[in-house]
Design a protein around this ligand. Structure first.
Ligand SMILES: [Fe+2]
Length: 248
């Protein structure tokens, strides 16, 4: 680990110590997330287009769910986030990743609304990207090697993700994340919480809210999770992994 990386980790690790000097100054110290923000934009946030047609993953994942999920659920999160930020000009220079990662330091009156809607806006963008049709059907390049080190096999990773997704009570997400030491692991979060709030960088996310699957799969979440795992674009996941690595 070089000196720059040590400084970055130190800034992340000691962020909580800055809470006494005000939320905006504290958030300004989260420099590693700036790589994400260039891609994600700033207030007022826009709903990114789905990078493929609603029916692109038929018959495995259905067009009506993609339409509602993107144009209603994801869109509502972006709209709600803009509404709550409208009266918080001091937060306008913060990006989605910074808001989702450090919601706990935001003003109490807007904290939960930003937590939920910045998280949702951020999480769904990753979800759409990694389901882009095409690309490799198996891990490739550096991510293939990292999965081998962390999980011993793709099958073990899939088992862990399936377990995390199916055991998440209520609404939430299952994730493969990268920690500050560069190690991959599987976690789940409740509601729309981003792994960034735990200092973990999301590489792969599976939305297990009922809105993601109920039209086609009803109560069969396990079948939906299997369908998502079979639809992943591993070329894009390599890109996400390299982006995550660049933050540590
Ligand atoms: Fe969703």
């Amino acid at each position: 680990m070089n000196r720059r990386q040590v400084i970055r980790l130190s800034l992340l690790g000691t962020l909580a110590a800055y809470t006494g000097i005000g939320p905006v100054r504290a958030l300004a110290r989260t420099l590693p997330l700036s790589n994400f923000e260039n891609e994600l934009g700033r207030y007022p946030f826009a709903l990114p287009s789905l990078p493929y047609a609603n029916d692109a993953l038929e018959p495995v994942l259905d067009a009506q769910t993609f339409d509602l999920h993107h144009n209603k659920h994801h869109a509502a999160a972006v709209a709600n986030l803009n509404t709550v930020l409208k009266d918080q000009p001091e937060l306008h220079r913060l990006g989605l990743a910074e808001l989702a990662a450090h919601y706990a330091q935001l003003p109490e009156t807007v904290r939960e609304t930003i937590r939920n809607n910045a998280g949702s806006s951020l999480n769904h963008q990753l979800f759409w990207r990694i389901l882009q049709p095409g690309g490799a059907k198996q891990p490739i390049a550096t991510l293939k090697e990292a999965i081998q080190i962390a999980f011993a096999s793709l099958e073990n990773l899939q088992t862990k993700l399936t377990d995390a997704a199916n055991k998440r009570f209520g609404s939430g997400w299952a994730w493969m994340v990268l920690d500050a030491q560069g190690k991959l692991s599987v976690i789940s979060t409740a509601n729309q919480d981003s792994p960034l709030a735990q200092g973990l960088i999301p590489v792969l996310g599976i939305d297990v809210w009922e809105h993601a699957y109920y039209l086609k799969f009803q109560n069969r979440r396990a079948d939906y999770v299997k369908a998502v795992l079979a639809s992943l674009n591993w070329t894009q996941l390599e890109v996400e992994y390299l982006k995550a690595k660049a933050l540590i």
